[in-house]
Write a protein that binds this ligand. Structure first.
Ligand SMILES: *[C@@H]1O[C@H](CO)[C@@H](O)[C@H](O)[C@H]1NC(C)=O
Ligand SMILES: *[C@@H]1O[C@H](CO)[C@@H](O)[C@H](O)[C@H]1NC(C)=O
Ligand SMILES: *[C@@H]1O[C@H](CO)[C@@H](O)[C@H](O)[C@H]1NC(C)=O
Ligand SMILES: *[C@@H]1O[C@H](CO)[C@@H](O)[C@H](O)[C@H]1NC(C)=O
Length: 290
């Protein structure tokens, strides 16, 4: 048995190497306190490693689940034009004319609906990656598409024009039957409802009256979220009953929203704009879409 053989090995057989080994083990014994410290450090590192590995695994699982719950967006060549800006909504005074059918206002709305009403042509290579569309009859190899945002603005414009009393509708749609106008209106209400619900704008509208805060707070017109506005309420607010506060607080919508940059999308469409006048004349800008 090798174990017992080693145990009873005569001391005389010790070579220089064996003596060195023993010396080392004596050193080892003398250094015990230091090594206990080292052991503690090792144990700490092991625990730390386990904790870090756990955290990392947790993070990977969270990210993986997050990725799994966010669907890949459908293809659009216009993703390349998407930029984000914070934009404060504001009343556009140009859109409040004395005469509802003011021609200058119509022009503004027409421009809101984009170059060629948001219609563009895309070369075959890009069309192929997209949902199918018709080849443009006057531009072989190019396919017609429209940026949804502009279609949605167009729909709003159509509602605006058909919203007015019947005589006004005749002003805007002289060649369309009432039935056609109504059908288009239904489509637009349905489309806009879905696009608004799709956007899921999470900005907070609020009910407030800036006469209730110190002027310094209201100076910018929009108190910033995060400023302690409750600490800046003035005596007038204290004077009012809760019901009076309710009655004197209008719904405010001129807050800052996180937006896709409209101008960037406008430019992207302009670069690919469908410019054919014959097409516009033939199909018009109020073509029926069903
Ligand atoms: C409003 O403008 C239209 C043209 O867009 C015009 O025919 C009409 O007479 C105007 N009405 C008034 C009250 O000015
Ligand atoms: C039309 O809209 C674009 C994009 O916002 C803007 O740059 C341009 O000045 C507008 N044109 C007119 C005539 O209002
Ligand atoms: C309505 O039809 C008439 C006759 O076809 C045409 O001259 C006119 O330009 C049309 N108007 C519109 C707004 O399409
Ligand atoms: C805001 O408060 C002022 C002062 O109390 C009041 O005159 C005004 O009518 C209020 N605004 C609204 C929209 O209630």
């Amino acid at each position: 048995m090798s174990l017992s053989a080693k145990k009873y090995e005569p001391l005389l057989n010790e070579g220089k190497d064996d003596i060195d080994d023993r010396r080392r083990s004596i050193d080892y014994a003398l250094q015990l306190p230091i090594n206990r410290k080292r052991d503690k450090t090792v144990r700490l590192l092991v625990v730390l490693n386990v904790v870090l590995a756990g955290l990392l695994l947790g993070a990977v699982i969270v990210l993986w689940e997050e990725k799994a719950s966010v669907p890949a967006p459908p293809y659009s060549p216009a993703w390349e034009a998407v930029r984000h800006v914070n934009k404060r909504f504001a009343r556009d005074d140009r859109l409040y004319p004395a005469n509802e059918t003011d021609a200058e206002v119509d022009k503004l709305w027409l421009n809101f609906t984009g170059p060629s009403n948001g219609h563009i042509i895309l070369p075959m290579e890009e069309a192929r990656k997209n949902v199918p569309s018709a080849e443009m009859y006057y531009e072989p190899g190019y396919y017609i598409y429209g940026l949804s945002m502009f279609h949605q603005v167009h729909c709003l414009d159509l509602i605006r024009r058909s919203f007015y009393p019947p005589t006004h509708s005749k002003h805007y749609f002289p060649n369309k039957s009432d039935d056609e106008v109504v059908k288009h209106k239904y489509h637009c209400f349905d489309y806009l409802r879905q696009s608004i619900m799709c956007s899921g704008d999470v900005t907070m509208d609020h009910w407030f009256n800036y006469t209730w805060t110190e002027p310094s707070f209201a100076a910018g017109g929009e108190g910033k979220a995060g400023d302690d506005w409750m600490a800046m309420l003035n005596p007038e607010y204290e004077r009012l009953t809760p019901k009076q506060r309710h009655d004197h607080a209008p719904l405010l919508w001129d807050t800052t929203h996180f937006c896709r940059d409209y101008d960037a999308l406008y430019q992207w469409v302009k670069d690919r704009q469908l410019v054919d006048d014959a097409y516009i004349k033939e199909f018009g800008i109020d073509e029926d879409i069903f």
